[in-house]
Ligand binder design. Sequence first.
Ligand code: BO1
Ligand code: ZN
Length: 254
Amino acid sequence: HPHWKHDDQNVWPANFYHCGGTSQSPININTRTVIFDPSLPKINLEGYDLPCKQSLKLKNNGHTLQLSLPETMRIVQGFNGVFLAKQLHFHWGTPEIPGSEHTVDNTHFPAEIHVVHYNSKYGSIDQAVSQPDGLVVLGVLLGIGLHDNENYEKILSSIKNVSTEDSDTEIPGFNVRLLLPDNLERFYRYNGSLTTPPCFQSVTWTVFNESITLSRKQMAMLEDTLKAHHSHSLTKNFRIPQPLHGRPVLCSFR
Ligand code: BO1
Ligand code: ZN
């Protein structure tokens, strides 16, 4: 497996076959051409309110800031099957270059989180990650607001402990539901891929319509604090939107 970096994303297809596929992620969400589908079921989350005594591993893996999640967190309705949480992570840019992966009407948000779940019928994420119905990822677009976000602060306050590549730390359990928007009923849905190598086309994507805000200071913690290989700043870790190749993008709301 060749090593990869976000700076190299133009050559991912040469090194990772699936990255050149026709159902890649992220995408631009064109709100004028999405298809309203009133039959999209409501998403029902279970076990997101974690006890404080259950600690979670927060890691800088050189590509992103990632929080491991317990399989007691699960999506029990809204998809075909039960999907168990594995991890959540962030994508971001710089103050000048907003770094969400999904764009809405060709506009990037400053950042985005992905909550990664795998289909319980496959028994493990490693078995599920390459299956067409293997993963469900929930995407939340992050903007800038006037106030610190106290829920995201539970993660961001520990960034200082994972500033270097491959470092990790434990943080107390908290209510992960509070990282998501209040309104889970308004979302976009399409079939796509992992947004990093190996880019398997295994993800049923959900991007929520409602965004969440962090303070400028909190966004700066993401943008400035983390380091990757050779202590280069870990920043601009987003993939540019990929061609739809005729895929429908569904929308749960008008
Ligand atoms: S994303 O949500 O599309 N940005 C995304 C991108 C890459 C992965 C997951 C989500 N990678 C996979 C690895 C697996 C690993 C799994 C869970 O993440 O390919 O080896 O088990 O951490
Ligand atoms: Zn991601």
